[in-house]
Design a protein around this ligand. Structure first.
Ligand code: PLP
Length: 510
């Protein structure tokens, strides 16, 4: 056998991972065709096959890593079959769980284009156009929600990361000592952050990860409407100051994860101004709704925030992952995150304006081009398109509330933004006494499990005042009134079946 000359092999290198443009085109067209068929069939599919982990794992088997490769068109066919037949589809018109949007088709293609260029949006010189597109997307998002366009900001992976960035910027800005050099131990006082009891769990991760500890969180009472009590906030801050603590930040919610409640943002802003505290708004879900002309003044109060977290992968209908943080003073981000290692040559500006190097504005170093899909989405539908879709989502959630409210076996609890909560109460059962309430909680939990596995519609849960509730969050441009009208019947049918099985076991049948 003739030996290949190693130098020659390197000269005519054929990397197994590469594809010729023709191979790429052929496989790419096949993939796009499969996705287009999938999108066309989405509403006829179950939301989820509701399969067990054993079944899914068995489909993949537990063989070793392949020694040799396989042809991409074969692989994509197999991967598409696996995914289309064994996934939960948050793009389905009847998916209303948690806060995960139907992904926009333009966003899907945007991610493909972004990956093809693969700019490293850490430094301007590595990503000239991508950096400027991200900066424009940030300005447009600020403009959309009525925040100063002179703000700083950047794309991150999601709401947790966006909130972390705001949290860290606030911590650095408000610590009376140089916290970046001396750490938390550099000051005698324990810094404290104030959040409502309905705040998402990101705050626990932030307090833990960034060294403050869970005890640094002051969980402020909420009223019946799930909004932070201003009176309780003021009292707590005063008590903590008297006790020698260092209050540094208040977090206001623009749409809580549970019921979509909006904290009294203008009042919180006033307290923060008076008390020299950082005002962070968690608008991961609800901030985009500030774009609606009919948005309540309470929500518009986010314009006074020092920082805002907002998720394009929630109510701007982008595919995962796309989070965004806006910070009023861009310098606050640089003050928090910038270092200048000698192995970077990123300040070599070409022209009069300084280059924007995003690695100095956030925790990530290498950064992907998440901004492209967001920017394309904003251009595809414009402000008016987003207003229309959010308005319709809100109207559908309101329709659901009315439908549930008028049903004798359902109890409607809340409707805020595009979230409606309710529960199933079998006829003949009067809620109120502790044993019945306990039974209703068990029944609705089991009902949720059935619903989530059944594939007809997908909702999640909220717990308010000890009541276990079903919760539909519509951040879904594919949902129609027909879909919403179908939900009460599905819930009541499953509820009756379960009640027939469960009631005797849990309640004395009277
Ligand atoms: C209000 C709020 N904040 C933060 C988050 C966390 O966002 P993510 O899951 O994108 O990290 C969520 C998620 O639902 C949320 O609703």
């Amino acid at each position: 056998m003739a030996k290949t000359d190693p130098q020659e092999a390197l000269r005519n290198r054929k990397a197994p991972i590469d594809m010729t443009p023709d191979e790429f085109r052929k496989t790419g067209y096949q993939v796009v065709d499969r996705i287009a068929e999938f999108l066309g069939s989405l509403s006829r599919r179950p939301v989820t096959p509701g399969e067990s982990p054993e079944k899914i794992r068995a489909l993949l088997g537990n063989g070793s890593i392949p020694l040799q490769g396989a042809a991409p068109d074969h692989l994509f066919k197999e991967a598409a079959d696996l995914l289309f037949d064994h996934s939960l589809f948050n793009g389905h018109p009847r998916f209303w769980g948690y806060i995960t949007a139907s992904p926009s088709p333009v966003g899907m293609l945007g991610d493909l284009l972004a990956a093809a260029i693969n700019p490293n949006v850490a430094a301007w010189v590595l990503s000239p156009m991508a950096t400027e597109i991200e900066a424009q997307a940030i300005r447009w998002i600020a403009e959309l929600i009525g925040y100063p366009v002179s703000c700083g900001g950047l794309m991150v992976s999601g709401g947790n990361m966006a909130n972390f960035v705001g949290f860290l910027a606030g911590r650095t800005a408000k610590a009376p000592w140089n916290i970046r050099e001396q750490g938390l131990g550099g000051g005698a006082q324990q810094p404290l952050v104030y959040v409502s009891k309905a705040t998402h769990t990101w705050i626990e991760k932030a307090a833990d990860l960034f060294g403050l500890g869970a005890k640094a969180i002051r969980w402020v009472e909420t009223g019946a409407d799930q909004q932070m009590s201003i009176e309780a906030l003021e009292k707590q801050i005063a008590a903590d100051r008297a006790g020698g603590y260092l209050p540094f930040m208040v977090v206001g919610a623009a749409g809580t994860v549970g019921v979509g409640a909006i904290d009294p943002l203008p009042e919180i802003a006033a307290i923060c101004r008076e008390q020299n505290l950082w005002f962070h708004v968690d608008g991961a879900y609800g901030a985009p709704a500030a774009a609606l002309p009919e948005a309540p003044a309470g929500l518009r109060g986010l314009a006074a925030a020092d920082s805002i977290a907002l998720d394009p992968h929630k109510w701007l209908y982008n595919p995962l992952e796309a989070g965004c943080v806006l910070v009023r003073d861009p310098q606050a981000l640089v003050n928090t995150f910038s270092f200048h290692p000698e192995y970077y040559n990123f300040d070599n500006t070409r022209g009069d304006q300084a280059a924007l190097n995003y690695y100095e504005f956030g925790p990530q170093n290498s950064r992907g081009f998440r901004a492209l899909k967001v920017w394309l989405g904003l251009r595809h539908v414009g402000k008016e398109g987003y207003i229309q879709m959010m308005r319709e989502d809100i109207a559908l959630a309101e329709e659901l509330y009315k439908l549930v409210d008028s049903h004798t076996e359902l109890q409607a609890l809340t409707h805020n933004l595009s979230i409606t909560t309710f529960r199933y109460i079998p006829s003949g059962l009067a809620s109120g006494d502790p044993a019945t309430e306990e039974y209703l909680n068990k029944l609705n939990l089991e009902l949720l499990n059935r619903l989530q596995a059944g594939g007809e519609a997908f909702v999640s849960n909220a717990v308010i005042d000890g009541k276990y509730l079903l919760r539909a969050c519509i951040v879904n441009f594919r949902t129609t009134l027909n879909d919403v009208e179908a939900l009460p019947e599905i819930v009541v049918r499953l509820g009756r079946e379960l009640d027939a099985q469960m009631r005797g076991e849990f309640l004395e049948v009277g």
